[in-house]
Structure formats: structure tokens, C-alpha cells
Design a protein around this ligand. Structure first.
Ligand SMILES: Cc1ncc(COP(=O)(O)O)c(C=O)c1O
Length: 460
């Protein structure tokens, strides 16, 4: 570990002793001391006391401008007044009945007005949404195989947990990647039914259709690969996938768990002008309350109507989630708010670019909608294997440097990105950039000292 990083971690430990203590205690009863593996990192995670608007406070009393926002779940920001009001009303009048109620249709109408789907079903997490989408695609086509992209994240069910972060030595040919389980316990036969291609490589997709004629039920993808920082689809890639899906009778599933709300008013299909057959939504559509949805044409969703595909769930459409979702679509994800965050996003992105250039940091800035990332590479990455080349210690120096100065620039992990909420202000962005001005010279210095040596150890 190089000097500046060591100093930043020592400062982090000095500022957050109560988090260290809380994490130590939590590990006795909770594996890794956290409720989701993504929340654990060295030396220990920050424990949060409260969040308001664009900021959170930790249990040591330090305040941070929050661009983690629960891994991009809070485009509404913390405690958005419209969400709080809606949820409070429900707390007083019954939260969950296991029976239908009027808000389900209201929210379904909001979703069908924005995204290219005719019918929707609801759930509680992105994992559920992509699991049901894959099952419906298999049912609709009578085929078993799902084609997915190496490095993408679609949640935790077995089909999704293939080739998420494979080690380079296991990954195989870049044009025909191996199906690598994302941990023990993933059923081995699932690997035969999940075939993997490379993002931005249409040839690798075409080859899979040739290899498995009439066997691929669907292509599932994040229209922007957001599990490797932020990796944009190259011109023609999404259009090419649309054409190949249609040609081979497979469904095209856009996993819009992140992009659905955060890319713009109509999600990725509007942003890129490409129409998928199914979409999945979660994270920011719930304003902080667990809410997910999947939708498709009437014809595809008719499989549920005909009782051919089973979908259920005790907590589906609980009224906290429905009320929060309606408030989010009507009062948070408005055209005016997209204009506001768009302005802040441009300011943050351009500010980062100017500071990177001024200091000679070897990095570039990628952004789309309210998301962005400082990417420590000499040129734009196109896929997961490019992303593996990041110098992790330089990224850690960036992250700890920002945190120690009151800016949670993004979630911990170099595969993530920042989110800007509707409650962030120009002053928040000014502070963010002022802090990056302080941190950037040390990054350039450390990069020079380490030489242009990219260690290639990014998988985690
Ligand atoms: C694109 C995408 N799909 C699915 C998921 C899974 O969502 P959840 O964590 O709500 O199960 C995530 C979570 O990060 C995601 O980013």
C-alpha cells in the first residue's frame, strides 16, 4: 500500500472509532458484520446514524454529502417530503392486506405511461424482478437459455449469479466467455442454461445464437453496464441486440433497476431510442422503500393471466411501497426535477474533468443521467475485462480522501458510480468539487510514483 493511501486510511480510522467498534461487535452475530456483502470493506464500513436530504451523518457525528444514496436507490434523496408524507399516511391506515387495493392500478398506470410496457407486476427487489422476467421469457419462448453479459449484475438468483465478476483466469475467450458461478451454491445445471457474451461485442452475441440455435429465450442486459463503473453502449450496440433478438425469436430484457429512474423520464428505452420486450425496475422508483416491478406487452404478461407462469409474493404491493412509488413518480421524477439534476450532473462532470486535466490524473469521467464515475483508465472502457485493469489502490485513495473531507463520492467499491438526488444543491456540488481539488494532486503524485502500472486486480 502506498504512503498517501496509508495516511488516508489512518485518518479514516481516527475519524470513525465508533464505526470500528460497532462493526467489531456486529461480526459476532452477523456474517461480515453487514446485511449485504457489498457493505463490507476494509478496514470497516461507516455506520450511519441518520440521513436528511443530500446528507448523512455517521455514528461518530461526521457529516457527508451523500452520493452513495444506498447504491443509487435514492434519487429522491433522504426523507423526501412527498415520500415521507405518503408513507406516514399508510402507517396510520393499514400497511399490508394480502388483498388488492386501488393504488396498484395507479402505480401501474404511471409506469405504463413512461416505459414501453402494457402490463406490470410488482415485487420488492431488483432480484425478484429480474428472476421473474427471466422465467417469463423462458415460458414465452419455450426455451431455457438466457444470454447475459460478463460483468453485469442482475441480482442474486441463480440465473443472475453467473459471470458477475469472474476471475480472469476462469473467464475464457473474450469472444465466448465461460459461464462462471458467482460463488458456491449456484446450481451447476444453471451454468448450462446461462450463456455469456461480451458487452459492446455484437459478434460474441451472434456466435451464441449460432452455437445454440432456437435455444436462447432472452438477452438480459443493463443498457449501460453499471457494474463496472459506468460503461456506455457503443453506437449501434443496443440496436444490434434488438435486431438479433428479433431475428432469433428471443426476448430483449432491459434491466432498468438502475437506469429506469436515473437516466431520464422514460428510462433507457427513451434515452437510447431502443424498445425492449421486457423491463425490470427497482431502486430509485421506491424513494427508499422496497419496491420493484417488471413489465412487458399484454401478450407476454398474458402468461400470468392464463396461469401458465406463476407470480406471487406476500409483500407485493404493500401500501408503503405503493404510496412511496406513486409519490416518487408524481412528485420526484418530474420533468422539472430531471432538469435540476441534469444541471447539477453537468456541473459535477465538467468540474471533475477540469480538475483531472489540470492535475494530470490518469483517469476519465463517464456520466449519464444522474450517474457518473471517475474512471482510472487511460481510455474509455468497453467491457468488463477492460474494467479489470483499474489500479484499485488509486481508487481507494480517491474514495478515502473524499470521505475524510466530508464527501461520500460514491458507494465503496470501484465498480460503482455516483448518484445525484433531487435534493442535492449547487452548494453540494461546489463542495464536492472543492474537495476533489484537494484530493486530485495526491492521486496524480501516487500514479507517477507507481508508474503507469495497472495492477489488474479489480475483481472482488
Ligand atoms: C442492474 C441491477 N439489477 C438488479 C439488481 C438487484 O436489485 P436488488 O438489490 O434490489 O435485489 C441490482 C442491484 O444493484 C442492479 O443494479
Amino acid at each position: 500500500m502506498h504512503d498517501i493511501l496509508q495516511k488516508e486510511i489512518a485518518l479514516y480510522e481516527k475519524r470513525t472509532p465508533k464505526s470500528a467498534e460497532a462493526h467489531k461487535k456486529a461480526q459476532k452475530r452477523i456474517p461480515l458484520g453487514v446485511a449485504s456483502n457489498y457493505r463490507a470493506y476494509d478496514p470497516y464500513p461507516i455506520f450511519v446514524a441518520e440521513g436528511h436530504g443530500s446528507k448523512i451523518k455517521d455514528i461518530d457525528g461526521n457529516e457527508y454529502i451523500d452520493h452513495n444514496l444506498c447504491f443509487g436507490t435514492l434519487m429522491a434523496g433522504h426523507g423526501h417530503p412527498a415520500v415521507v408524507k405518503a408513507v406516514k399516511l399508510m402507517a396510520d391506515s393499514g400497511t399490508t392486506f394480502g388483498m388488492p387495493h386501488g393504488m396498484e392500478l395507479e402505480l401501474a398506470e404511471e409506469i405504463c405511461a413512461r416505459y414501453p410496457v402494457e402490463m406490470v407486476r410488482f415485487g420488492n427487489s431488483g432480484t425478484e424482478a429480474t428472476m421473474h422476467a427471466c422465467r417469463i421469457a423462458r415460458a414465452a419462448t419455450g426455451r431455457d437459455k438466457i444470454l447475459r453479459f460478463e460483468g453485469a449484475y442482475h441480482g442474486l438468483h441463480d440465473t443472475a449469479l453467473v459471470s458477475v465478476k469472474p476471475k480472469l483466469e476462469d473467464a475464457g475467450d473474450i469472444h465466448a466467455p465461460n459461464s462462471v458461478p458467482g460463488g458456491l451454491g449456484v446450481i451447476k445445471s444453471v451454468l448450462d442454461n446461462v450463456t455469456v457474451a461480451t458487452f459492446n461485442d455484437l459478434g460474441s452475441v451472434e456466435n451464441r445464437f449460432k452455437q445454440f440455435p432456437g435455444q436462447i429465450a432472452a438477452i438480459i442486459l443493463e443498457p449501460i453496464l453499471m457494474n463496472v463503473g459506468l460503461c456506455m453502449p457503443q453506437p449501434g450496440f443496443l440496436e444490434g441486440l434488438r435486431a438479433l433478438s428479433t431475428k432469433h425469436g428471443a426476448l430483449l430484457i432491459f434491466d432498468e433497476v438502475k437506469t429506469g429512474a436515473k437516466l431520464g423520464w422514460g428510462g433507457a428505452s427513451e434515452y437510447f431510442g431502443v424498445k425492449p420486450d421486457m423491463i425490470t425496475l427497482a431502486k430509485s422508483i421506491g424513494g427508499g422503500v422496497p419496491l420493484a416491478a417488471f413489465g412487458a406487452s399484454r401478450e407476454v404478461m398474458d402468461l400470468i393471466v392464463q396461469h401458465k407462469v406463476f407470480h406471487g409474493g406476500t409483500y407485493n404491493t404493500n401500501r408503503f411501497a405503493m404510496a412511496a412509488g406513486i409519490a416518487v413518480f408524481r412528485e420526484v421524477l418530474t420533468r422539472e426535477n430531471y432538469a435540476h439534476v441534469g444541471k447539477l450532473g453537468t456541473k459535477l462532470t465538467e468540474g471533475y474533468r477540469a480538475i483531472v486535466k489540470k492535475n494530470g490524473v490518469q483517469a476519465y469521467v463517464a456520466s449519464a443521467g444522474v450517474n457518473g464515475a471517475l474512471m482510472f483508465y487511460p481510455q474509455e472502457i468497453r467491457n468488463y475485462r477492460d474494467w479489470l485493469k483499474i489500479d484499485v489502490d488509486i481508487w481507494r485513495q480517491f474514495w478515502f480522501g473524499m470521505v475524510n473531507r466530508g464527501v461520500l463520492a460514491m458507494p465503496y467499491w470501484w465498480d460503482e458510480q455516483w448518484t445525484i438526488s433531487v435534493q442535492h444543491t449547487e452548494a453540494d456540488i461546489d463542495k464536492h468539487l472543492a474537495v476533489f481539488e484537494e484530493v486530485a494532486p495526491g492521486l496524480a503524485k501516487a500514479q507517477q510514483e507507481r508508474g503507469a502500472q495497472f495492477v489488474g486486480a479489480a475483481g472482488h
